[in-house]
Design a protein around this ligand. Structure first.
Ligand SMILES: Cc1ncc(COP(=O)(O)O)c(C=O)c1O
Length: 377
């Protein structure tokens, strides 16, 4: 199929469809993946002159690759990058769209780690590429089966998408697995597209995995203001890579999506990233306090609730004993108690639910979930 003859067909994004229905009406959110947010004023308070600088910021277009101060601030997250190795995008969602469409053509082979944030799979398919899933299974404790990856890789595999820390399980990829994935990519000079939007929210900060961009020349690390730093309203993310040719193609594609990102968002993101440990530490403290409550809840309901305990991020994937199809369970929970869990069917894992615990409102949502659970037995 020629590129010219191809038209963009994308399956509906089930996760976002579900949140579009419930996120702004359900009173007790218990599945959100973004950490507790803060006000614009709190970001501006981090630097003495930030309020004045935002006030005098010109609202013209910014550079397509991103504002220089933001590219510099984002490059400091990694150990081997400089500002020119960063391309700013309007959040991770644009990054996934732009990276796939800029780098892949119909007939290319791509491997996507699943279950995953749905756009990572659907947008790969929307390029016309031939997409294979590297599927992890609940029965194997969501372990990364490297033999399975080797089976789906082909000599002409152009890209592998992975996500660590992982949505929906909240698990970090073990370092040995990451190293082997890189070897398999390097043998083919394939891009490793590593979605790291939950990075720096390891529950034990010493468990931080190196970013893919710092390990492999054809790696593209994806970062976002949305999750660890709790600032999704900025709609700001970035791609980091040493592969200049790939970044140039992505910028060329971005000229057809947003041209450049929002100037105020770039400014606020640069301020926040220069102080990113403030946000990451705050998010981690909230997550750890909520995890202790979830541990206690699960101990009280061990006959019904189980999971592979997450070791990073704001989310985990829970099994509810006796419920083979959690759509109805979640629908009843939100209708009866106003508590929002995300049914695993949106990941093609209908026996599970995604729970989110990055908010200060999580304790109240958990109390209401437990009260409802007790009424069901
Ligand atoms: C793994 C993953 N990647 C990307 C995104 C998109 O994030 P954003 O567009 O808010 O930066 C999400 C959001 O849930 C996600 O979980």
């Amino acid at each position: 199929m020629s590129r010219e003859g191809c038209c963009l067909k994308i399956a509906p994004f089930r996760i976002e469809q579900y949140f579009a229905v419930h996120e702004f009406t359900a009173p007790h959110l218990l599945s959100s993946s973004d950490a507790e947010t803060v006000s614009v004023a709190s970001v501006l308070a981090l630097e003495p002159d930030a309020t004045d600088r935002l006030g005098s910021l010109a609202l013209g277009y910014t550079q397509s690759a991103g504002a220089p101060e933001l590219r510099a601030a984002a490059s400091a997250i990694y150990t081997t990058t400089a500002a020119q190795d960063i391309v700013v995008v309007s959040a991770a969602e644009e990054a996934i769209f732009a990276a796939y469409h800029a780098l892949l053509k119909p007939g290319d082979h791509v491997v996507v780690e699943t279950p995953c944030y749905e756009s990572a799979l659907q947008l790969a398919r929307s390029t016309g590429a031939d997409v294979s899933e590297w599927r992890r299974s609940a029965d194997a404790g969501w372990a990364h089966d490297l033999a399975a990856l080797e089976r789906v890789m082909r000599p002409n595999t152009r890209m592998v998408y992975i996500n660590t820390p992982h949505n929906p399980t909240g698990a970090l990829m073990p370092r040995t697995v990451l190293d082997r994935v890189i070897e398999l990519c390097a043998e083919r000079k394939a891009w490793l597209f590593c979605d790291e939007v939950y990075r720096e929210l390891e529950h034990d900060p010493t468990a931080l995995l190196p970013a893919a961009v710092d390990l492999y020349e054809h790696a593209i690390s994806l970062g976002s203001m949305s999750k660890t730093y709790g600032l999704p309203g900025l709609r700001l993310g970035w791609l980091a890579s040493h592969d200049r040719a790939a970044l140039t193609k992505i910028i060329d594609f971005k000229h057809y999506t947003t041209i450049c990102s929002s100037a105020p968002s770039e400014f606020l993101s640069a301020v926040a990233l220069r102080h990113r440990s403030v946000f990451a530490d705050r998010s981690r403290a909230i997550v750890l306090a909520n995890l202790a409550l979830i541990d206690a809840l699960m101990a009280r309901h061990a006959d019904r609730l189980s999971w592979v305990r997450p070791n990073a991020s704001t989310i985990g994937f829970m099994r509810i004993a006796g419920v083979e199809e959690t759509d109805g369970f979640c629908a009843k929970l939100v209708a009866d108690a106003g508590v929002l869990l995300l049914p695993g069917s949106v990941y093609d894992e209908p026996t599970h639910v995604r729970i989110g615990f990055g908010r200060t409102t999580t304790p109240e949502a958990l109390r209401r979930f437990e009260a409802w659970l007790l009424q069901q037995s």
